[in-house]
Design a protein around this ligand. Structure first.
Ligand SMILES: Cc1cc2nc3c(=O)[nH]c(=O)nc-3n(C[C@H](O)[C@H](O)[C@H](O)COP(=O)(O)OP(=O)(O)OC[C@H]3O[C@@H](n4cnc5c(N)ncnc54)[C@H](O)[C@@H]3O)c2cc1C
Length: 396
């Protein structure tokens, strides 16, 4: 891997940075990590870690983070330029997206200087993974119902409760944990966020098996877990404000590459069909119109993402409008994955090797797309936010 590639000066223009990203990725992404390659095999955690650390050294991760914390001190413009290039290649999704895209930005906003220095560089260097402990068995869409309690005892906090659907909990070093200090009736008041080391005594991780056979998320139990006050992120009572910021980031600006990745997936689906005479005929005869619709949706999503970046660059808060992006990308990809599954279900054992690779990829993509309209807030919840906070429609 060419890990010493010179990072261009962004003053040379955004195209220079985008070209650097394109050239570096083309030269360094191993074929076995490209989902549209016949050499593809599922990468290990260590391989993903090495790949993402190399991307960071090449100036392709931590774009907008300050240089003092290991970032590259650039703007969302370069971030988007790199995301477009990342999306063009069907590389593995980040194994540290919660650290890079949720914990990092929230620590930068509400963390102390000591917390920033302690946590941020290790996220970008791929030395520390984070998980997000928000959802609970009775508090998913409505986080105001969460019950995990934090009680102050001198200079420490005692935490008791349970989280669920915690992605990556088994591999995480830290949990971005949302707790309450008051009673459930307080709703959004009296919430507090912590950075909790996952090896703290009293934490128990119980994996959950999902429909695709994976155990990437878990239940996490907290039984008399004691953390020092220095683990607190933000002031007491600031937990809800911090949590809504996390959700805003999650909905509006994380994984900005999605539209370009969906386009790459579509290109892969078409190429795979074109590599097989029977599938090629079937594609033209049965699926052409639906594929045209997907192309339009992807273009719409690109526009939405580019507009969000322009608004953020102009100093606007995205706020509730993040729900538009979340709703749009998840519904768009779920519809596309359904269409792709319909196409690849026509693949036979004697179909071309690329078509068989596409069947594997899109079968997994289809299962995962079912979750896309649930995590980071369900589609129904996004519709509620759009109705009430953007359109100002009455609640009843
Ligand atoms: C793959 C995946 C990964 C996840 N990773 C994490 C993670 O790392 N950390 C974490 O904290 N959580 C995680 N989650 C949990 C996720 O945030 C919740 O599943 C989600 O917020 C929905 O909550 P719930 O499952 O409790 O469903 P509920 O909130 O019980 O909702 C059930 C149904 O009721 C509907 N509904 C609820 N409220 C309303 C309303 N006001 N108006 C209309 N309809 C409504 C919902 O749309 C849904 O259809 C993950 C989920 C998935 C699927």
């Amino acid at each position: 891997m060419d890990t010493n590639a010179a990072i261009p000066d962004p003053a040379a223009g955004r195209d220079v940075y985008r070209r650097h990203a394109r050239q570096w990725l083309a030269a360094n992404l191993p074929a076995q990590m490209r989902a549209d390659s016949l050499e593809y095999r599922t990468p290990t955690l260590q391989e993903c870690q090495a790949w993402e650390a190399a991307m960071h050294r090449a100036g392709l991760a931590g774009m907008t983070w300050p240089t003092v914390y290991g970032g590259h001190g650039l703007s969302l413009v370069e971030h988007l330029a790199v995301n477009k290039e990342v999306g063009r290649l069907l590389m593995p999704e980040s194994v540290s997206s919660i650290g890079k895209e949720l914990a990092g930005p929230i620590i930068m906003t509400v963390g102390t200087e000591a917390q920033k220095q302690r946590f941020l560089p290790s996220i970008l260097a791929m030395q520390a993974y984070w998980c997000q402990g928000f959802s609970e068995p009775d508090a998913g869409s409505d986080l105001a119902r969460l019950r995990t309690r934090a009680v102050q005892e001198g200079d420490a906090w005692r935490i008791n409760g349970q989280k669920i659907w915690t992605s990556g909990a088994a591999k995480a070093h830290y949990c971005l944990l949302l707790t309450r200090t008051g009673v459930v009736a307080d709703r959004h008041r009296g919430m507090l966020m912590f950075a909790v080391p996952m090896d703290t005594p009293g934490i128990r991780v119980v994996p959950i098996k999902s429909i695709d056979g994976k155990t990437s998320f878990a239940e996490v139990f907290f039984d008399d877990v004691i953390v020092p006050d220095s683990a607190r992120l933000g002031a007491p009572d600031e937990g809800w404000t911090a949590a809504t910021r996390v959700l805003g980031i999650e909905r509006a600006t994380n994984r900005m590459y999605r539209a370009w990745r969906f386009e790459a997936e579509l290109r892969f689906l078409v190429q795979a069909c074109k590599s097989d005479a029977r599938l090629s005929r079937l594609l033209d005869a049965q699926f052409a119109r639906q594929i045209g619709e997907v192309v339009c949706q992807i273009d719409g999503l690109k526009g939405l993402v580019e507009r969000s970046v322009e608004q953020l660059m102009a100093g606007d808060q995205i706020g509730a409008r993040g729900s538009l992006t979340k709703l749009y990308w998840s519904e768009c990809h779920q519809a596309f994955a359904g269409l792709a599954l319909g196409v690849v279900s026509q693949v036979r054992p004697d179909s071309s090797a690329l078509a068989r690779r596409a069947r594997e990829h899109f079968t997994h993509a289809y299962f995962f797309s079912r979750a896309e309209t649930i995590y980071a807030g369900t589609s129904e919840v996004q519709l509620d936010v759009i109705a009430q906070r953007i359109l100002k429609l009455p609640k009843d």
